[in-house]
Design a binder for this molecule. Structure first.
Ligand SMILES: *Cc1c(COP(=O)(O)O)cnc(C)c1O
Length: 404
């Protein structure tokens, strides 16, 4: 079953119709929305200001660095999943902190990583043992990702770092074994990091924090900081920010730590569109079908991976409006289907559609499977004009496959 993402956008700049500047763009293309990005950033910036917590941008969700200047007044730094994202953060926000978490650091990259990173978070005691001294000597702040073994999500096992047998983070049992064998490990640590949420509200953070205190409460007073990870749906309209603030203040007071948050989605939630034209319409039995020039598999991979059904401007739930149509991509994958939507009128070749919430986990995660072109990325500025940020073509497909 596909689950529909929240359509009640906290901020809906397009407001029901697609403006003329966007209608003129070649499709498929992504449009990033400056006003919506700044709207999100202000919510996160005000949270930081009220509580004294430090909010990072997890670049794996959104790393269109042309937009970093919109975030810069509101964030403390960037969070990276490895060498390249750390380098991007260091290059594109040189005056901000660079934090890195990676499940496995490499010997041949670590020295370079140290030139970019301020905080390095290790996934296991053995990685801490292997690289911790070197990072400490380089003046870095050192953290360990813990696994509080407390699941708050049902259904999305691939997004649950606390699932049984998970490789994400160190359990208390493993921590105790490592520290008993090598007590000096504890002295290396400046902070603890947990990341267990995905698109969740602060009630789940609150119960997770209780689990963190239960499992690692004796270690926390020795730390300078605690990183609450990402997955906080802070910029969504139903999010309970006051409860989040209580969690932050509790940690600050209880353990005298600096609190970091590193959301990805929340920065760019509902801040982008994927524009696509209908290439063809057809029918199979009772099912009406439209083939789009955008692909779920290539251009919105989380639609299939998560899975979820993205909002589509002006369309309803299946059967809500008179004409229900299954929307799919032009690739050869049978399952390259975005979902079923209903419309006031039948769809026809040449119709323009706009999927919403397409700034996150898209431009940084798409692919050229089937030789599909990468959609160009445009910025819709606050004054309504559009700027083209990329110029993708055949070479972006070919150069990933060989050198000639
Ligand atoms: C994915 C991830 C984030 C960001 O998660 P969002 O769901 O995009 O907020 C932050 N920290 C870590 C360690 C992650 O793996």
């Amino acid at each position: 079953m596909q689950e529909t993402r929240d359509l009640r956008a906290p901020f809906a700049p397009i407001d029901g119709t697609i403006p003329a500047e966007l209608r003129a763009l070649p499709t498929p293309c992504y449009v990033l929305d400056e006003s919506a990005l700044i709207h999100n950033a202000q919510i996160l910036g005000e949270l930081a200001q009220r509580t004294g917590c430090r909010v990072l941008l997890a670049q794996k969700a959104f790393s269109n660095y042309d937009c970093y200047p919109f975030f810069e007044p509101y964030l403390a730094g960037t969070e990276a999943s490895g060498l390249y994202e750390a380098r991007l953060g260091a290059e594109e926000m040189p005056n901000k902190e660079v934090h890195v978490f990676c499940a496995g650091y490499r010997e041949d990259e670590f020295a370079e990583l140290l030139t970019y990173a301020d905080h390095i978070v290790f996934n296991s005691p053995s990685q801490l043992k292997r690289f911790g001294e070197m990072a400490k000597r380089a003046g870095k702040s050192i953290g360990l990702r813990i696994n509080p073994e407390y699941s708050t999500q049902e259904g999305h096992a691939i997004y649950d770092p606390c699932a049984p047998g998970s490789r994400m983070g160190t359990t208390r049992a493993q921590f105790d074994i490592a520290v008993s064998q090598c007590p000096a490990l504890l002295d290396l640590l400046d902070g603890l990091h947990f990341h267990t949420l995905c698109e969740q509200n602060s009630d789940d953070l609150e119960t997770t924090l209780t689990a963190v205190e239960k499992t690692f409460g004796d270690i926390l007073p020795r730390m300078k900081w605690v990183n609450f990870g990402g997955g906080h749906h802070i910029t969504k309209s139903e999010y309970d920010i006051e409860r989040l603030e209580r969690c932050i203040r509790y940690a600050q007071k209880q353990w005298d730590v600096t609190v970091y948050l590193e959301p990805g989605e929340a920065w760019a939630l509902n801040a982008g569109y994927l524009l696509t034209h209908v290439l063809d319409t057809m029918q199979n039995g009772e099912t009406q079908i439209a083939i789009l020039d955008a692909s779920a598999a290539c251009h919105m991979p989380d639609v299939l991976e998560m899975p979820y059904r993205p909002p589509l401007l002006g369309a309803g739930e299946p059967k809500e409006l008179p004409y229900t149509v299954r929307l799919g991509g032009p690739t050869c994958l049978s399952g390259d289907v975005v979902g079923e939507y209903s419309f006031q009128h039948p769809l026809k070749t040449g119709d323009l559609l706009a999927f919403g919430d397409m700034a996150i986990y898209t431009t940084c995660k798409n692919n050229t499977f089937n030789g599909m072109p990468l959609p160009n990325i445009y910025l819709r500025k606050a004054d309504g004009t559009c700027e083209q940020l990329t110029d993708f073509g055949y070479s972006d497909f070919k150069e990933r496959l060989g050198r000639r």
